[in-house]
Design a protein around this ligand. Structure first.
Ligand code: SDX
Length: 428
């Protein structure tokens, strides 16, 4: 006998099926609620609402657990290559040597972008935010591959789009940066692996004999893995909603980039560094800023703190905090904002306001300090988040499309005017 939940409305009892996942997560299936009762549910921000089942990522906010396809994030961050993790998220298993070699080979040979795309890049203003360029470029790229827009495309065509996206987004991201700093773009080189290629496209210059620093490349590999997926977060849900209309994968990922841009989501990593710089320039008075963060009349929030799911600690933040120390030591960098960040964390974690609300450092709190040490400019931080999250968005889209899920179309409760007749303008 499967478990059910009883709902009593106007003296009538309804039984709704209860779903229990392998990690013992429970959900009341309300798929037939309106047909049975005429009622819909209301849950602004979907704080209590599951939008789908998924086999990609499991996280436990209370225990600080994050696993990609069952593998703990701590092990993947320490032992895996980013493209291995991308393959795992998208295809469900870690690749063997032949599968991995083929996957990397496909991606290596799709890194170039059609030269006509450079016309678009050069049209942007010099200070154009690279997230705006990335979002627009992803939709634009879909017009160069019209076959990718066919909802009935075969599996091979979906794989080709996946290779193209994974291959071209680093090139697009690096070119957006070069455009922003007024430097000539650097073309991808097949001799480099994924992270090396990106670092080279970002920092090589015609006058240089630039060689990517292994410390920088390894730090990037770890950061991209830590950002690779996070179940039904704001941007992944956006990718699923857009893809549910049978929009192509480029357009769906472009929408995900736009959702990630917001400072409450991926844009927080840029906002954290700007916040830490403000606190430093303001004399480092931590109590003042902690008070502002707690003051309901003050719009200031402690950026990089708090999370919709993690109410103890974000396992990624713990790994990044340690990596920040390692990378800065290896590069011989002393960054005063790292000390401010650690002091801020210390003060906040001993403050009842933050403890009562389960507000702890999230993935964005320390990541910007590493990006800065890697010479990546602040406005590129959220692009780095997008680079990492790309395989997660692809995996979420592929799972949703593969299950033929219905178009996403939530209901509402109308609170506007009741019926009324049109009034001519002379009588208003
Ligand atoms: C990411 O979902 C994901 O998985 C996202 C992500 C991923 O990998 O995809 O993990 C990446 O987006 C991380 C979050 C990055 N954003 C920030 O760091 C921005 C600062 N954080 C907050 O804005 C906030 O914590 C959110 C947006 C992250 C979560 O907001 P919720 O879940 O809607 O919680 P809430 O806004 O309702 O806050 C609950 C309470 C409120 O106070 P009360 O009304 O109970 O008195 O906590 C307070 C909030 O005012 N609060 C904060 C705070 N975050 C929440 N107060 C001060 N500073 C903060 N940062």
């Amino acid at each position: 006998m499967s478990e059910t939940a009883k709902l009593i409305i106007e003296d009538k009892t309804y039984e709704l099926p209860v779903l229990t996942g392998p990690e013992n997560e429970k959900a009341i299936d309300i798929s037939r609620l309106r047909a049975m009762t005429g009622y819909v549910t209301l849950d602004k921000g979907f704080k209590n609402t599951g939008s789908t089942t998924s086999a990609i990522t499991f996280l436990d906010g209370e225990k600080g657990i994050l696993r990609y396809r069952g593998y703990p994030i701590e092990q993947l961050a320490e032992k895996a290559e980013f493209l291995e993790v991308a393959y795992l998220l998208i295809y469900g298993e870690l690749p063997n040597k032949v599968e991995y070699a083929n996957f990397k080979n496909h991606i290596t040979h799709h890194t170039l972008i059609h030269e006509d795309m450079r016309v678009f890049l050069e049209a942007y203003p010099i200070k154009a935010h690279p997230m705006g360029i990335l979002a627009a470029s992803l939709s634009t790229i879909s017009t160069f591959y019209p076959e990718s827009q066919d909802p009935n495309r075969p599996k091979e065509a979906i794989d080709l789009t996946i290779y193209r996206l994974l291959a071209k987004v680093p090139t697009l991201a690096a070119w957006a940066y070069k455009n922003a700093v007024g430097q000539p773009v650097v073309y991808p080189k097949n001799k480099f692996d994924y992270c090396e290629n990106f670092v080279n496209m970002m920092f090589d210059l015609p006058a240089y004999d630039y060689v990517p620093d292994p410390v920088v490349v390894n730090a990037l590999n770890t950061l991209l893995i830590l950002h690779a997926d996070h179940e039904q977060n704001c941007s992944a849900s956006t990718v699923r909603v857009v893809g549910s209309s049978q929009a192509n994968l480029y357009a769906s990922v472009s929408a995900g980039v736009s959702a990630l841009w917001g400072p409450l989501h991926g844009g927080a990593n840029q906002a954290v560094i700007e916040m830490l710089e403000n606190i430093k320039n303001d004399g480092g008075n931590l109590d003042k800023w902690i008070s502002k963060a707690k003051d309901k009349e003050d719009s200031f929030r402690l950026m990089g703190f708090g999370h919709r799911v993690y109410k103890n600690f974000d396992p990624r933040a713990k790994i990044i905090k340690k990596a920040a120390d390692d990378v800065l030591n290896k590069l011989g960098i002393i960054d005063p904002v790292l000390d401010i960040a650690k002091q801020l964390e210390e003060v906040a974690l001993n403050d009842s306001y933050f403890k009562e609300r389960g507000l702890y450092p999230n993935v964005d709190f320390y990541s910007g300090i590493i990006y800065r040490a890697l010479d990546i400019p602040t406005e590129m931080f959220t692009v780095m988040f997008a680079l990492g999250r790309l395989p997660g968005w692809i995996a979420q889209w592929k799972e949703m499309v593969g299950e033929n899920q219905p178009i996403s179309r939530p209901r509402q409760i109308y609170t506007g005017s009741k019926e009324r007749n049109f009034v001519e303008i002379d009588n208003r």
